[in-house]
Design a protein around this ligand. Structure first.
Ligand SMILES: Cc1ncc(COP(=O)(O)O)c(C=O)c1O
Length: 412
């Protein structure tokens, strides 16, 4: 008789650890040892002097970010959302923050209105990302109105074509404007090269060379202009799929990394092959059906089991419809014909699948930034046990900012 398809040792142990904690609802799990391994792997790739900035949106939990910051010996964070900055100012007051996308000036305004003081000093510790001369002028006006000093970082287009400054002339004009404004300080450049990892085969080398050359040219303009503080400027580049391609400091002097440290499915790319998956969704099986039946096509279920033996049985799980793919037991799959469900999703497997009611199944998120926020506290797995729970930034993230509150409550 052929062998049953079941969890391997890794998932058996993980399953036992979750059950020991009574975790029988959909749970996001991080394998702490694997997270540590990925962080060490990342550090081992960085050439001497290369800084590393942790991407907050991809690791949206303060204890998770802290853990990685401590291991990597960095205080640099890349932030993409204003409520996240509020949390960081409060909980990680030593952080050195660079925005990864430009914020509408009204949101920056609210940050300063809301900011409660403390050890975090925004004028020193935040670099606002500026993509156009218009936005630069808006930020200059904000600085005047509120008597602020602002650090600005210029987004440059190094081939991704997601906006930003694309010519040396534009950069020089913006630097002129910054220098003419006593409240603004130029802090550096941000050029993201995600496109390079997507370019196939031999073309990749060409795309990388080109994006690095553009970066170098823009950076030299800045270094020539501010020779006395050129080493203090931020030259941020790369992301998880491209950081390993930066083997020297000729383009950027720091890389931004987040997702690769937990390696969701979309990050199974050649440039991250020495990183290991460190995040999973665990959820119990609620029902097992011996035959997969599609409503309205029940008569075909016997025939379908012959022609499609890999989907012969049906397992209904607690929850579902996440941006994730089943990984264990191996052979578990979604049923496109039956459709997806956020409540009780149907998964299919072959007859020999060893899976019963109340057993846990495991899925791999395709990305971390949206998926991590859907499960409440993250269960942290280490040495065969769930050792702690890390809250996600979700609650704060969902909170309305003061200016977003309706002026009048609707009448009942
Ligand atoms: C500007 C910027 N840098 C870096 C990253 C890399 O983030 P991750 O390492 O999570 O892919 C991103 C991702 O969106 C980004 O937008």
């Amino acid at each position: 008789m052929s062998k049953k398809q079941a969890h391997d040792d890794y998932f058996k142990k993980l399953s036992a650890a979750l059950k020991e904690q009574g975790l029988l609802r959909p749970t996001l799990v991080i394998d702490e040892a694997r997270l540590e391994k990925n962080t060490e792997t990342m550090l081992s790739h960085l050439p001497d002097g290369m800084g590393c900035r942790i991407v907050v949106k991809s690791l949206p939990s303060i204890p998770l970010i802290r853990k990685v910051m401590d291991m990597a010996g960095t205080t640099r964070l890349m932030v993409f959302d204003l409520p996240f900055l509020n949390d960081i100012a409060r909980d990680i007051p030593e952080a050195d923050v660079l925005f990864g996308k430009p914020m509408p000036v009204a949101l920056a305004d609210r940050f300063y209105e809301e900011f409660k003081g403390g050890d975090f000093t925004p004028s020193q510790q935040v670099q606002w990302l500026i993509d156009t001369p218009e936005r630069l002028r808006e930020y200059a006006k904000l600085a005047e109105q509120h008597d602020l000093r602002l650090k600005v970082n210029i987004e440059i287009d190094i081939g991704l074509h997601r906006g930003g400054v694309s010519t040396p002339e534009q950069l020089k004009e913006m630097l002129d404007e910054i220098d003419a404004h006593p409240r603004l300080t130029f802090a550096g450049l941000m050029g993201y090269d995600a496109h390079v990892a997507k370019v196939p085969g031999i073309l990749r080398g060409h795309a990388l060379k080109k994006s690095r050359a553009i970066y170098k040219e823009m950076r030299e303009i800045c270094e020539d202009r501010y020779p006395e503080r050129k080493n203090a400027l931020t030259f941020n580049t790369a992301g998880s799929p491209t950081y390993q391609l930066h083997e020297d400091l000729k383009a950027g002097t720091e890389v931004a990394v987040g997702s690769g440290l937990v390696k969701p499915l979309d990050f199974d790319v050649a440039t991250l092959k020495d990183h290991v998956p460190a995040c999973f969704i665990a959820t119990p099986v609620l029902k097992v059906e011996q035959k997969t039946k599609i409503p309205g096509m029940e008569g075909l279920s016997g025939l379908s089991a012959i022609f499609n033996p890999k989907s012969a049985r049906a397992f209904f799980i607690y929850g579902g419809n996440w941006q994730a793919e089943p990984v264990s037991p191996p052979g578990l799959r979604q049923n496109k014909l039956y459709g997806r469900s956020s409540n009780e999703e149907m998964l299919n497997g072959p007859r020999k699948m060893d899976l019963n009611v109340d057993d846990l199944v495991f899925l791999r998120p395709t990305q971390s930034e949206a998926v991590f926020l859907q499960f409440g506290d993250i269960a942290v797995y280490k040495d065969g046990k769930i050792t702690q729970f890390w809250p996600v930034i979700e609650q704060e993230h969902k909170k309305l900012l003061p200016g977003e509150k309706p002026k009048q409550q609707p009448q009942p």
